[in-house]
Unconditional design. Structure first.
Length: 378
């Protein structure tokens, strides 16, 4: 009898161990988090497997935070805030936490900058954290995305062979300088929509990007904006650097016509004010900054033009021309009681902050204040 009791007591621990193993088997621990990522595309499907036959389980949107728990080649298994697991077929559609923080800081900076021009993408365009094709991508604009232009810089164009050292000498013994290409710092604000026509500005001043899509800018269209970072997959606010050749500026009709006839490559334009058109309405008067030639110019612009409205002739006329500049963005426009004013930094042997005022249709330069040595531009 005593022996039977001992045998039964010996079986109980064994049964308990089996129960614990069974529970562990049926209730495995959640997978370990190996990284935190943020969705860097408009919308990404989340799949139940990476096999050829698979089913979507959810859609992720730009800015959503996910936990990466497993990687298989280019694919990543992630856990969403709800706790569900799924697979992204391309882990490059995520950015890490450090890059996401840089992207957020860049967006905050962009919202405080004065708008220089409006445009839209001519093709699918990668948005990068810094200018240059080797910089990290933070987003991708589709064709026709409406943006505001905030700044410009030049970067060496990648050579055909990345292994070739910079400054390599050519066949004639002359040092081969790398080609340079233009990059634009742009903002696509939340709620922006494809442009369809011109609208009137609220005041003759340089608007900042924070309200660029909440009100008219530089004679361009207006659209509402809100602040939610993930409200819509097609209208999230994004700022970054894009190849300039991928952006087509939406020039107002008079600026476009005059620039075309003068072979002027427009970089920035502004409505200085509005005046009676002689028939009961009002028309804008424009300041235009631009240059001749192609990409790779050290100066953002080399020419200024002011176009004013002639009531007698019922047409625009060139009221002011200045060339041989080496101007740098931003150009800032303000409105004084006596008329519009604008200023910008000009490079050269004696770098200066140039200021101009317009009284009726006459433009005067009123300042050439020394601003110290030229700052290096990336």
């Amino acid at each position: 009898m005593f022996g039977r009791i001992l045998r039964v007591r010996g079986i109980i621990p064994f049964i308990l161990i089996l129960a614990a193993v069974g529970y562990w088997w049926l209730h495995p621990r959640p997978p370990k988090v190996i990284a935190i990522g943020y969705v860097a595309d408009r919308e990404i499907p989340l799949w139940n497997t990476i096999a050829e036959v698979r089913q979507p389980v959810a859609n992720l949107h730009y800015g959503e935070r996910v936990e990466v728990v497993r990687q298989e080649g280019a694919a990543a298994q992630v856990r969403v805030p709800s706790g569900a697991l799924g697979w992204l077929l391309d882990a490059r559609q995520l950015v890490d936490a450090a890059l996401w923080e840089k992207s957020a800081a860049l967006l905050g900076h962009a919202r405080s900058m004065p708008v220089q021009a409006r445009g839209r993408t001519k093709t699918i365009s990668n948005v990068r954290i810094e200018p240059g094709r080797n910089s990290q991508r933070i987003y991708q604009f589709v064709r026709g995305t409406q943006v505001v232009v905030l700044d410009r810089t030049i970067v060496d164009e990648p050579s055909a062979s990345e292994d070739s050292p910079a400054g390599e000498k050519g066949a004639g013994g002359e040092e081969q300088k790398p080609k340079q290409e233009d990059w634009l710092f742009v903002l696509r604000a939340e709620g922006s929509t494809p442009a369809s026509g011109a609208s009137k500005p609220d005041a003759a001043s340089t608007p900042t990007a924070s309200r660029a899509f909440g009100g008219p800018v530089n004679g361009g269209p207006s659209a509402a904006a809100s602040e939610s970072p993930t409200a819509s997959s097609s209208a999230v606010p994004v700022a970054g650097w894009v190849l300039a050749r991928f952006i087509e500026l939406d020039l107002p009709g008079p600026v476009r016509d005059y620039a075309s006839s003068a072979n002027l490559h427009v970089v920035a334009w502004f409505e200085l004010n509005r005046v009676p058109d002689g028939s009961g309405g009002q028309v804008p008067q424009y300041l235009v900054a631009g240059s001749h030639g192609g990409e790779g110019r050290a100066c953002d612009f080399t020419m200024l033009r002011v176009y004013t409205w002639s009531t007698a002739r019922q047409r625009y006329e060139t009221a002011y021309i200045e060339s041989d500049l080496c101007g740098h963005l931003p150009v800032e426009v303000s409105q004084s009681p006596s008329g519009p004013e604008f200023h910008f930094a000009n490079a050269g042997k004696t770098p200066a902050e140039r200021m101009y005022v317009m009284r009726q249709t006459v433009v005067h330069r009123v300042s050439n204040k020394f601003s110290g040595p030229p700052t290096s531009r990336p």
